[in-house]
Design a protein around this ligand. Structure first.
Ligand code: HEM
Length: 338
């Protein structure tokens, strides 16, 4: 059985099987980190621009897919500004694609095999979202497919945050199992808040097109459930923060404090938009806030769990133990050391 240092050495960029790809561009950690940040930002930005499509009632500005109209790949005068807005959002997909492909290329060139799977998921997410977006258009903005479209973006943002964190595998100090479960519970509640939030939207007035269907659920009742879950989230996050502080888990305490701040701000925004009959600017900000909340929640889990380790465990090796918590030391002169 290979020892942990052997496994780490294998994952580092100067491993023999990676030498061939390192003869040209060899991105260091800084470049990888920048690209990973760009991926988180671009994935979040397309959520907000997608929201702008919905909030300007431009969801069917291109009434078909993959063409914009039956006879044209680009918008025609018939659909006016709505066509331009919807088509503009479709074009932004290519910007996102360029970013996630750049991340994958950089990961391969850097010989970071531990990041490859995450980077591949980021790339595969784009065609998946393009098809789901197409189904959304072809179903006349069915609210359930709109929800799936939004939630898949949330999953992709989550993966992008994990990749970003793993670029610099800082040692994760040991955390009590109960705290780790608490962190995972917090993420689960955030996921529930996001899902129910999309149901509120699917039941409310901003459908993306005057003809689009709604869920038929009572928007007030679903909003109440959405807000109740947020109260649960606040309570759990406060509990986690206090427990992390009491046990000296400083990194987890910091991440929990950030999540608490983001949740309170987002919750306040949610109430204000509810009381003011959903002005589009506030709804757009609430969508951006949803991305931030997810990023903060994923970071809480990363601050508490084994995902913080830079090198994934190998099959057949000891799955738990101090070695997994350790950070691989960059080989002198390797791309990782820069
Ligand atoms: C952590 C806190 C919160 C998060 C992460 C969150 C997240 C979300 C998400 C993801 C959506 C759906 C966006 C979309 O599909 O376009 C949404 C919609 C909504 N949220 Fe929240 N929310 C939070 C707090 C609140 C609170 C406290 C309220 C108060 C009632 C609220 C009211 C609403 C309303 C009214 C909508 C529907 C907006 C529309 O019709 O477009 N939210 N929220």
């Amino acid at each position: 059985m290979r020892t942990y240092p052997e496994r780490v050495t294998e994952a580092l960029p100067n491993a023999p099987q990676d030498r061939d790809v390192r003869s040209g561009w060899r991105p260091g950690r800084v470049a990888l980190r920048r690209l990973a940040v760009a991926s988180v930002v671009a994935n979040s930005a397309i959520v907000v621009t997608g929201g702008a499509v919905r909030l300007t009632a431009s969801g069917l500005g291109c009434p078909t897919w993959p063409r914009c109209t039956d006879g044209s790949y680009v918008p025609t005068d018939e659909y006016g500004v709505h066509g331009l807005i919807e088509f503009g959002n479709r074009l932004l997909t290519y910007v996102l694609l360029a970013v996630v492909v750049a991340v994958l290329v950089a990961v391969v060139r850097a010989g970071r095999r531990d990041l490859r799977r995450l980077a591949v998921v980021g790339v595969l997410g784009i065609p998946a979202q393009a098809v789901l977006g197409g189904i959304t258009v072809l179903t006349g903005l069915n609210p359930w497919t709109v929800m799936a479209h939004f939630l898949l973006s949330m999953v992709l943002i989550g993966y992008a945050v994990v990749l970003l964190q793993r670029v610099d595998p800082a040692p994760a100090p040991p955390v009590a199992p109960l705290l780790r479960r608490g962190a995972q519970g917090v993420l689960a509640v955030v996921a529930a808040v996001l899902v129910v939030g999309t149901v509120v939207t699917g039941s409310g007035p901003h459908s993306g097109d005057p003809e689009a269907g709604r869920t038929g659920l009572d928007p007030g009742a679903v909003s109440q459930l959405h807000a109740d879950l947020v109260f649960l989230l606040v309570g759990l996050t406060v509990g986690l923060l206090l427990a992390a502080r009491a046990t000296g888990a400083a990194r987890l305490a910091r991440a929990s404090a950030v999540l608490l701040g983001v949740t309170l701000a987002q919750g306040l925004l949610g109430f204000v938009q509810y009381w003011t009959d959903l002005p589009v600017v506030l709804v757009g900000l609430h969508m951006a806030g949803a991305c931030l909340t997810l990023v903060a929640a994923v970071r809480v889990v990363l601050a508490a769990g084994p995902l913080s380790a830079g090198v994934p465990p190998q099959r057949g090796s000891a799955r738990r133990g101090p070695a997994r918590q350790a950070s691989p030391a960059p080989a002198p002169g390797s791309a990782m050391a820069r």
